[in-house]
Design a protein around this ligand. Structure first.
Ligand code: ZN
Length: 260
């Protein structure tokens, strides 16, 4: 009599299956907060042909939003128009929306017109190297403190929000930089760390992408080309997908599995 044996096996596997903790079959879509750098009175860097960074960053953000949505992500933009949004408010919007990632989009400016390529940064709690500190100084001009936050302790806690995610943020920066390096003619520049105010308050993996050098006339011209922006957007999207494929970030793991 083989039947009872088979039934027993079936029943025990059914029991084991029913006791296995399961992930939700339809987990919420992962939410990406995109932060187009600068805006309004803060134009950011400017190219020789007068392309303003605030304009280029919004155009790239819109292209990236489309690419990410096509890939199945939900997207939140910290600004959709040419408006001034203080730095502290940008990550706050991402925190309030429960975003899984924060990406701030910028374009580099260098004294040397020949400087080119993309650089991806994650937060440094100290000054970082001299070049990185210089880039952060330019990007931090948009007001890094909430004037309404009088509480010193709250201010310090804000500063620490990103600290818990630095490992994931580095992994994110590397994933995006690896993809950007594959875009033809863009010189590999590598992941860097700098004290960007806009990243400090983000309570999720966060990176700042300097997608190209607006100070380089050739790259400035490319930035006006929607086809180039689409290529950059697709590379960043691929980086984001690789980041999630290599393991959910700590924040998401907690949301799905609960605290351990
Ligand atoms: Zn910028």
């Amino acid at each position: 009599m083989k039947l009872p044996g088979i039934l027993f096996t079936l029943l025990t596997s059914l029991l084991a299956w029913s006791q296995t903790p399961k992930l939700p079959s339809h987990p919420q879509r992962l939410k990406i907060a995109l932060d187009p750098g600068h805006g309004g009175e803060d134009g950011g860097a400017i190219g020789v042909k007068k392309l303003q960074e605030k304009e280029a960053s919004l155009d790239l953000a819109l292209a990236l939003a489309q690419a990410l949505e096509t890939a199945g992500f939900e997207v939140l933009l910290t600004r959709k128009e040419d408006t001034f949004v203080p730095l502290w408010e940008r990550a706050q919007k991402a925190n309030d929306a429960g975003a899984d990632l924060f990406l701030s989009l910028h374009f580099n400016a260098a004294r040397s017109k020949g400087a080119r390529g993309s650089e991806v940064y994650f937060l440094s709690l100290d000054q970082g190297d001299a070049d990185a500190a210089e880039v952060a100084k330019l990007e931090n001009a948009g007001g890094d403190r909430n004037p309404e936050t009088q509480d010193v302790v709250a201010g310090i806690l804000d500063d620490l929000a990103q600290k818990a995610f630095l490992q994931d943020s580095e992994r994110l920066a590397v994933a995006i930089q690896t993809q950007l390096n594959q875009i033809g003619n863009i010189k590999q520049r590598g992941v860097k760390q700098a004290p960007f105010a806009v990243l400090r308050r983000a309570a999720m993996p966060a990176a700042l992408v300097e997608a190209a050098f607006i100070s380089n006339p050739k790259e400035e011209a490319k930035l006006r080309d929607p086809a180039f922006r689409k290529r950059v957007a697709e590379a960043v999207t691929q980086g984001v997908r690789r980041f999630f494929a290599n393991g959910l970030p700590t924040s998401r793991r907690k949301a799905i599995l609960g605290p351990r």
